[in-house]
Design a protein around this ligand. Structure first.
Ligand code: AMP
Ligand code: ZN
Length: 432
């Protein structure tokens, strides 16, 4: 099976550990020396770079979480000078402001290298035509897959999201062999193709680079059996560098390159590491990133990892399916949505009362989000024109904040359920 960088990918585990340790140590020294934020954090945890004597000493380093990123808006924890930055991306924050991530030239380069390696491990290469149906822009998906596909010499069709009929036309006309998308969008492409009288199985499209949202092996089988598309699971997050890792052709877990990141899975309560195969929260440290490295970042994703050698010959550990979250983050059409963002946004409207409820459903292949909003007594009127104007304004504000379209239903005061304990504001009816 083809390898992009066989020396690194198939490096014996003991040697790979040494490489990883050296990278970790270098990163920790750099951050301790040059970043006030990281130095203060390490001091508070009573650890200095000199205490990192083995790879396992990584557990002495303090965790980071989404709050740290929120508090640092827009660039307080960047660790490269501004003149060295060549790009910014952004992702959903937990309230009004997004999280901003800056990149140096080397950061962009390593990102393409990491994902490119993954694409080759999934059997792709210079002969392929890869249609990128992820959003281009502040989100990392589009440009992430784009640069990696170019890196391995494939031809890129930068289709971005939407215009599904045109996407299907291009698959046929350009001989597209692989498509990067969310798994639910891949299903939707299949459904639209059927309606257009196009049998995807009869086209050149054979591989789906699918991720950005939870999906199951059942869904993978459906995509494979109905549309003839091999679903390759891909993982990344905008805090790290967008899509970074994929499964190899064996399709048995995502290879997280040990020279790019240190992967850990911890018990979310105690913070202690759990054994390979045991479920816990994913924690990642970016080992070579310059502008926005993040150390022991708690991703909030619940998963397991495997540490044994893959049957493909690669020695790097594998990230298995993401099966849940430790927090209340929702992923709607591949986009992260926090109920706290919805609440923050609703509260900027004077007509809105105390309660709201988010209902998420999968209609056909795609997610739909409905927000039921309780109005204050004085705003609850039988003047339809007024109500429609309020609904439209709230809908637009939410769309701008969340980057995803939302349906709004205005309801009278006191009609939504009340809770004695923690409010349960999300009704997620999706089966994946
Ligand atoms: P973003 O920062 O918008 O790229 O979102 C990152 C989050 O998307 C991750 O923390 C996961 O919760 C989710 N995610 C990304 N890829 C996958 C995947 N393959 N399976 C399940 N969840 C995923
Ligand atoms: Zn493998």
């Amino acid at each position: 099976m083809a390898c992009w960088d066989p020396r690194t990918e198939e490096m014996p585990k003991a040697e790979l550990d040494k490489v990883q340790f050296k990278l970790l140590k270098t990163q920790v020294y750099r951050l301790y020396s040059f970043s006030d934020f990281y130095r203060a954090r390490m001091k508070a945890a009573g650890v200095t770079p000199d205490d990192i004597l083995t790879l396992d000493d990584a557990v002495k380093l303090p965790f980071m979480n989404k709050k740290d990123l929120r508090d640092s808006y827009p660039d307080k924890i960047f660790t490269a000078p501004k003149r060295e930055l060549i790009r910014y991306h952004a992702s959903s924050g937990t309230t009004g402001k997004p999280t901003i991530v800056g990149y140096t030239r080397r950061d962009i380069d390593l990102w393409a290298e990491s994902l490119g390696r993954g694409m080759v491990s999934a059997g792709l290469g210079a002969e392929d035509v890869i249609q990128v149906a992820n959003t281009y822009g502040l989100f990392t998906g589009g440009l992430g897959f784009h640069y990696a596909a170019e890196r391995i010499g494939a031809a890129v069709v930068p289709a971005s999201t939407g215009s599904t009929e045109r996407q299907i036309q291009m698959i046929q006309d350009l001989g597209v062999t692989a498509m990067a998308a969310t798994p639910s969008y891949m299903m939707y492409v299949g459904e639209v193709a059927e309606k257009m009288g196009v049998d995807l199985k009869g086209t050149t499209l054979k591989t789906g680079l699918l991720g950005a949202e939870p999906w199951s092996d059942k869904m993978r089988d459906r995509i494979q059996n109905q549309y003839g598309v091999r679903g390759i699971n891909c993982f990344g997050a905008s805090e790290l560098s967008g899509p970074l890792w994929t499964e190899c052709s064996e399709q048995c877990g995502i290879h997280v390159w040990s020279d790019i990141a240190l992967m850990e899975v911890i018990d979310p309560e105690s913070g202690e590491r759990v054994a390979p195969g045991e479920r816990g929260e994913l924690v990642l440290t970016m080992l070579q990133k310059e502008a926005f490295p993040i150390v022991r970042y708690r991703m909030g994703d619940l998963t397991t990892m495997e540490d044994d050698k893959c049957s493909c010959g690669r020695t790097h550990p594998r990230l298995m399916r993401i099966t849940g979250r430790v927090d209340d983050m929702l992923i709607i059409r591949g986009i992260n949505v926090f109920p706290s963002q919805v609440e923050y946004c609703l509260n900027t409207n004077p007509e809105v009362g105390n309660e709201f409820q988010i209902v998420v459903e999968r209609k056909g292949a795609l997610d739909e989000m409905l927000v039921k909003v309780e109005l204050k007594q004085e705003a609850f009127t039988d003047d339809i024109i007024k109500l429609n104007a309020v609904r439209e304004r709230i809908g637009n504000k939410l769309k701008n904040t969340l980057n995803v379209g939302v349906k709004i239903e205005l309801v009278g005061p006191g009609t939504l359920p009340r809770f004695e304990g923690k409010a349960k504001r999300v009704l997620d009816k999706r089966v994946i």
